[in-house]
Design a protein around this ligand. Sequence first.
Ligand code: PHE
Length: 451
Amino acid sequence: MASTRGQFSSKSGFILAASGSAVGLGNIWGFPTNAAENGGGAFVLIYFVLAFCLAYPALMAELIIGRHAKSNMANALQKISNGKISKNIGRLTGFYAITTATLILSFYGIVAGWMLAYLLEPLSTTVGLTSTSTWLTEFSRSRNLLFSGLFIALTTIVIRAGVEQGIEKWSCRLMPSMLALMMALIIYVMLQEGALEGLKLYLIPDFNQISDPKLIASALGQAFFSLSLGVGTMLIYGSYLSPNENLTTMGAIVTLVDSSIAFLAGLLVIPAIFVAQQKGLTIYNETGHLMAGPDLIFQTLPSLFQGMEAAGLVISLVFFSLMTIAALTSSISMLEVPVSYAIENHNLHRHKAAWLIGTITFVISSFIIMNFDPLFGLVITLTTEYSQPLLGFMMCIFATWVWHRDQILSEIRNGHPRIEVSLFWKVWPGYVRYCCPLLILIMLAQTIINH
Ligand code: PHE
């Protein structure tokens, strides 16, 4: 076992790192487009309710287990189990989570690689490298391999430097820059013609859709992905948190930051779609739905930027920097999951573990790139729509059915001595024991039915 474990040096270090994990492509791309497809304001409303009523309690389960066990998920779930069977199930669940985190990183790395390529495009256009610009923005194996490799290497370099010098330092640098870039873009887009129409769609709820099971399932899936739940990222970040911190508040702040940034991203992306329409671009696809998938990010928005000429170059640079930064603070948390396991259970040095697992992830990404059509969508569906909720379900079961209530209490008493008389303690244990698992199962059933 590695002797010295890393630890976040400050409260804000943890908050920025955990929010950095949560805020990613899921917020800036997933949330606004999900909202646009599912009744605008109605989706936003349901999302906020679910984020606080379901995702937050599940996040707390991860943070509490992590800080108590001070180790990766496979060990942590064993540690809180008493019987032989539950210990084995705990270990297997841990492996499942580690594999899922690695697979998520392997597809996330491909998408983030596209962001990197699009980030370089305005630069190569400015210096007159037209054929390079075309290569950067056209879908090809060579581009995908190179840029996913670059992005995974960047992720590895941060993780190699450790908890304080890597994760915390970079999250503290990148998160404020990301927010500044986002605010600047929102202001710019809001001043353009057509923005108001997008704003209306985004903010005025279409109450007819509010009870649509598809909307609820999408909002729940989005909340789970966005808060990085189930795969052990929050558990491992919790394990690096000092016992003196108040966990319930920390979790609430992370949920609030994550939801607020998702909300802000909506203020940027949806109005931008309507600005594009105002400029004569098509924003609805053949089926009459608003553009949402890769076409939106890699066609509609870039065409919009191009139409803005000189300003467009800067806007494009800012937009894709924002995407790349958001992706990086999330990808480091994904890589930390298998890396911490390799360090703690196989005694590997952090540098070695980071490069080894970074390389394995890149090999998986390359395999997906070489077999893009059958694999890309499949890996996303299996990991985010099935595995993440299933793992979230297991986490709730372990926290409240397997682990002792007294031990949970004594863990969260650290940093919050009066927790016993708080509303949190009155509601949370029963809630995570009965409601969360049930709701997650309903959501999973919905997903299966919808497919
Ligand atoms: N929360 C990240 C996002 O919104 C994705 C993520 C999923 C990060 C799982 C870590 C683990 O993009």
